[in-house]
Design a protein. Structure first.
Length: 71
């Protein structure tokens, strides 16, 4: 199900996160590599919502994390 843009924007405002990951890179001119990340973290019972956002945006991957593994 495709969602309205303002709904997605509000949802991301509450549950989304943008980050920049900078790491060393041996072949780049400045010896650094920057990667942009965008994520929405929800419980598994909100999977259908994530799938709708993914379908509307036409991109992204959905991962399931096991927090018990992290203590």
């Amino acid at each position: 199900m495709k969602l309205p843009g303002d709904y997605i924007a509000g949802f991301i405002d509450g549950e989304g996160c943008f980050t920049i990951v900078i790491s060393k890179h041996s072949t780049k001119k400045l010896r650094l590599d920057a990667r942009l990340h965008f994520q929405i973290e929800l419980r598994i019972d909100d999977l259908e919502m994530l799938q709708s956002i993914q379908e509307t945006l036409g991109c992204g991957k959905i991962y399931t994390l096991n927090y018990e593994k992290y203590g």
